[in-house]
Design a protein around this ligand. Structure first.
Ligand code: NAD
Length: 459
């Protein structure tokens, strides 16, 4: 039977990183039979053994529960997934190219070129990776050319899943909330080229759609653009309030109060209006850069010129933290002992890709400071990304003789630190709260100099 009708489609997931592993586990949790593949054999071994190769709350328990039911399995064989799947979700990475702003589509193209020749029966391939507008149309052509199931079928006019079809279904999950976001997304976007493809996707998401989640059905390019537009808007909101922080610093105004007052306006809203050390991670920075590169290629680069400014505001916040620390230490950072709180790009994640915290730690270390980075879960990844500094999982072990404490990731553990106790360990009671995560009054009352970017030094 076509995947859109009758029994539940059997699902596969290609690429088991943050997105793919979460998607595979959650689709099994929703009752589907799922087989997931990755080219990284060690990842597949760990997942098969019930171990998540990264940190994501709640995911490990769900992985083990669904492995136990037999609904969820992992493999390194593309032959096996091609044979198994009615709907194939492609979740491979699309990082920034090393030589420019554009997206590196080599993993995506490799996955499609490996899968397509093995697709001998009707099925739907669903791209979930974030890609430049126009990518899906090219992949549809590759599938039409390479998939044996398409032999003789007109790839553009398929009223049923007679051959292999493509859909684009961008993903909006947030690391740290990935399980809840996948089981209960705020919307589903289906970029499709036929009613049959839409039907197959609806079947694959039936338990989610049954919750009343809105489904937006559109063409490939619009679906691709929804994702990059959403990330550009979020980045813009963050850089907007950080630009206000720069202005606040010039007139000794308070950006936190400003943000709070703005947030009561329902047209503006308070989400993503938190000033701090800016955005990072494996998505926002590379996605806004790839979007600019693609707009340039399309001849509409001028429309997205503001994104360059958004990126620059974001990077200036990192320098600003370094300046604040230096100014508070009489202009000298060389040989100062600095305790950096946070390595992950945000709390509840071990992801250090383009992490503002690690970027600031790196800038501080380059001045000759003696930097120790504390993070409850991200130190293994951080050690690989920035080997030149010292790491610890807890603050107390490494706080002795610190000249300054710099909070860069707002882990709950850091917000709960006792300023009196920490004050007994450090050499100098100086804290720079770059994420506005602490109660400044409490730290000042415990005798600390408390500084936060965008806030008057006396607040
Ligand atoms: P990731 O690097 O964690 O995972 C990518 C996985 O793909 C890796 O395990 C890698 O081994 C595997 N892979 C690479 N080439 C392959 C191939 N040819 N065949 C099979 N597997 C292959 O990346 P991620 O964070 O999961 O992101 C994946 C995509 O999802 C990106 O396009 C990203 O922009 C998008 N996305 C990510 C998030 C997020 O929060 N991480 C959210 C929404 C969208």
């Amino acid at each position: 039977a076509a995947p859109g009708s009758g029994p539940r489609p059997r699902l596969t997931v290609i690429g088991t990183g943050y997105l793919g592993a979460t998607h595979a586990v959650c689709m099994a949790e929703l009752g589907f039979e799922v087989l997931a593949v990755d080219v990284d054999h060690s990842k597949i071994e760990r997942l098969s053994a019930g171990e998540i190769p990264f940190f994501e709350p709640d995911l490990a328990d769900l992985l083990r529960a669904n492995l136990a039911t037999g609904r969820l399995r992992f493999t390194t064989s593309f032959e096996e997934i091609a044979e198994f799947g009615d709907v194939h979700f492609v979740c491979v990475g699309t990082p920034q190219r090393p030589d420019g702003y554009g997206a590196d589509l080599s993993h995506l193209n490799a996955a499609i070129e490996r899968l397509a020749p093995l697709l001998t029966r009707p099925c739907l391939v669903v791209g979930k990776s974030t890609v430049p507008a126009g990518t899906a149309a090219g992949i549809a052509r590759t599938l039409a050319r390479l998939a044996p199931a398409n032999a003789g079928a007109d790839a553009d006019i398929v009223s049923d899943l007679a051959g292999v079809q493509l859909a684009w279904n961008p993903e909006f999950l947030r690391e740290g909330f990935a399980v809840a976001d996948t089981l209960h997304p705020d919307r589903l976007v289906f970029g499709v080229a036929s009613p049959a493809a839409e039907g197959a996707l609806r079947a694959a998401f039936a338990p989610v759609i049954a919750q009343g989640v809105p489904v937006i059905v559109t063409d490939y390019a619009t679906a691709e653009l929804v994702k990059t537009a959403a990330n550009s808007f979020l980045a813009t909101k963050i850089s907007f309030i950080n630009a206000m922080a720069e202005v606040c610093e010039a007139v000794d105004a308070d950006v936190l109060t400003l943000a709070e007052a703005l947030s009561h306006d329902v047209r503006i809203g308070g989400n993503f209006l938190r000033p701090g050390v800016g955005f990072g991670g494996g998505c926002l920075p590379k996605d806004i850069r790839a979007f600019q590169a693609r707009a340039d290629e399309l001849g509409v680069g001028v429309a997205l010129r503001f994104l360059r400014e958004i990126d620059e505001i974001n990077n200036r916040r990192r320098d600003r933290v370094v300046d604040l620390v230096a100014a508070a230490l009489d202009g000298t950072l060389a040989r100062r002992r600095l305790l950096v709180l946070g390595a992950a790009f945000k709390p509840n994640s071990d992801d250090v890709r383009d992490s503002p915290a690690l970027a600031v730690a790196d800038l501080l270390a380059r001045t000759g400071a003696d930097v120790t980075v504390v993070d409850p879960v991200a130190t293994p990844n951080a050690r690989r990304a920035l080997p030149g500094v010292t790491y610890s999982e807890t603050v107390e072990d490494v706080a002795a003789d610190a000249d300054a404490v710099v909070l860069l990731t707002e882990w709950r553990q850091f917000a709960e630190l006792d300023p009196a106790r920490l004050g007994q360990l450090v050499r100098r009671k100086l804290i720079i709260d770059a994420r506005h995560a602490l109660d400044g009054d409490r730290w000042r009352q415990a005798g600390w100099v408390y500084l936060a970017p965008g806030r008057p030094t006396g607040v």
